[in-house]
Design a binder for this molecule. Structure first.
Ligand SMILES: NC(=O)C1=CN([C@@H]2O[C@H](COP(=O)(O)OP(=O)(O)OC[C@H]3O[C@@H](n4cnc5c(N)ncnc54)[C@H](OP(=O)(O)O)[C@@H]3O)[C@@H](O)[C@H]2O)[C@@H](O)CC1
Ligand SMILES: [K+]
Length: 477
């Protein structure tokens, strides 16, 4: 499990270390880690052309000290000071001592031929998008050939929310200090951070603001069946989705549930013929949920319509004391009658995309973690807010940010697949927030495997779910 932290949490954790170590020691630790990471990324130091983008705060200090270390190893280092009167004095002196060049004109900073660019404009102290001089330097860096490495946080990215207002540094790698900041893995921050490398500063950290599951975490939540297991003990999931005219959602959702946890999947609804033809393993009825037989969790909504019949099915399922995943058309119904969810005591998982989220009556600004957390608390449910980095929030404030996936997953039907995956995990008895977070992780991994063979469609994701489960569990057992 990777803990995700806010800037304030990191600053608070730094205080006691700053108090008990000699001045500048923590920055030395950070800069040494940064220089080491850079050496690993470029493979050598001698003759490597490095440009440092240096702001007025300690983030610029980190870049200057790391630049000094690289210059000491034979790199040709140029520092571009964006606020020359306020650059970190000790860092600047160290760079000069090591033979680094210092300039104040972006055109003279060698960005057109740099091998490596270190973005030390702002870190956790940055506010808003980049100011004009910083934005100009970043544009020159992007136009040049250098590997783009952000120091602590890509400048222009909000460390807490991942929000980008205006321009920000589009890093290929981010070397972050002390703890991974929430903003590096969510929203636009995820796209700007690239690969995140953590330099341990030995901080005593509190409980994280949010978490990210690893493959090993998800594997631990998905035990292989034991000798004593049968099709019922592995979890029986009920699916109500699709229609006679549009059976696709029902077929994808049922297939995803089967391919995630092939205990038993029961389907109820008017797409029965289509489901039967696609998945002979499912037990199918064209009746109501009550006709399906005993299940341990329900998935309701994908392709199910929003008419009176659909509303009555949703109310029937939500009136049970079983975990229920509510998706797609059923979310539209919940937006009309949120008390259907609020009144429940059994777990409910809602899986909105952005438009469905706002239709539920919640504001979705740039702080996706905050928005999902507020919606979960208001509804007393688990909210899985889909996106490039899916956010799963529980009513008690627990948040997971998903780390897997591929942009190729932005295609029709992948949401129906996700519902089936999470439904299957709910039926195994996992707590709702863990089922949702593990389901998002698994769905993302299956998408990555499918995309390795080229553009994917939703049924490719279903087909790759067993391999995704195997890859997760095989690696750790
Ligand atoms: N504490 C420690 O010992 C350790 C700290 N560490 C490091 O310190 C970093 C935090 O340093 P920090 O607090 O000095 O803030 P920082 O991120 O450099 O930014 C502030 C500067 O940016 C400026 N600025 C703001 N917004 C801007 C914008 N949009 N566009 C352009 N400029 C903007 C702002 O200008 P001002 O508003 O004052 O005019 C101010 O000058 C942290 O991320 C980590 O790297 C590590 O070494 C570990 C040990
Ligand atoms: K930075």
């Amino acid at each position: 499990m990777t803990g995700l932290y806010t800037a304030d949490q990191v600053r608070t954790a730094e205080e006691p270390v700053l108090a008990r170590t000699p001045g500048g020691a923590l920055m030395q630790r950070a800069a040494t880690g940064l220089a080491t990471a850079c050496l690993r990324l470029v493979g050598r130091a001698v003759g490597v052309r490095v440009t440092l983008l240096v702001g007025a705060g300690d983030n610029g200090g980190d870049a200057l000290w790391a630049g000094a270390a690289l210059a000491g190893r034979g790199a040709a280092v140029t520092a571009l000071l964006l606020d020359p009167g306020r650059a970190h004095a000790a860092g600047l002196a160290a760079l000069r001592r090591a033979g680094g060049r210092v300039v104040t004109d972006a055109a003279a900073a060698g960005l057109g031929r740099a091998d490596l660019v270190l973005d030390g404009i702002t870190g956790i102290g940055g506010r808003g998008g980049l100011r004009p001089a910083a934005a100009d330097a970043v544009a020159r860096a992007v136009a040049g050939p250098g590997l783009l490495v952000a120091v602590d946080v890509p400048s222009g990215v909000d460390a807490d929310t991942g929000a980008v207002e205006g321009e920000a540094f589009p890093a290929q790698h981010t070397v972050t200090f002390g703890a991974v900041k929430v903003g590096l893995v969510v929203g636009e921050g995820r796209g700007h951070a690239g690969v995140v490398h953590l330099v341990d500063l030995g901080l005593d950290l509190p409980a994280p603001a949010a978490r990210q599951l690893t493959d090993a975490d998800v594997a631990a939540l998905l035990p292989d069946p034991g000798a004593g297991d049968d099709k019922y003990s592995q979890g029986v999931v009920g699916v109500h989705a699709g229609s006679a005219t549009y059976p696709g959602a029902a077929v994808l959702c049922t297939g995803a549930a089967l391919r995630t946890r092939p205990g038993l999947v029961r389907y109820a609804g008017t797409a029965a013929d289509g489901v039967r033809a696609a998945w002979p393993e499912a037990i199918v009825t064209d009746g109501r949920p009550a006709d399906a037989g005993r299940v341990q969790a329900w998935v309701v909504g994908p392709g199910g319509g929003t008419d009176d019949e659909a509303r009555s099915v949703l109310a029937e399922v939500l009136a049970t004391d079983l975990p229920v995943l509510v998706d797609a058309d059923a979310l539209t119904l919940v937006s009309r009658e949120p008390q259907l969810v609020r009144d429940r005591t059994a777990p409910t998982v809602l899986t909105p995309h952005d438009r469905e989220f706002t239709r539920l009556g919640f504001d979705l600004g740039a702080d996706r973690v905050g928005a999902a957390r507020a919606a979960a608390a208001a509804l007393g449910a688990t909210v899985l807010l889909k996106g490039d980095a899916t956010v799963v929030a529980d009513a008690d404030g627990t948040v997971f940010v998903n780390g897997t996936g591929t942009p190729w997953l932005a295609t029709a039907g992948t949401g129906d697949v996700l519902s089936g995956v999470v439904g299957a995990l709910l039926a195994t008895g996992l707590p709702a927030v863990e089922a949702a977070a593990a389901g998002a992780h698994l769905h993302g991994r299956a998408g990555q495997l499918a995309a390795a063979a080229g553009p994917l469609i939703a049924s490719d994701v279903v087909a790759h779910l067993p391999a995704a489960v195997h890859r997760l569990t095989d690696r750790v057992r």
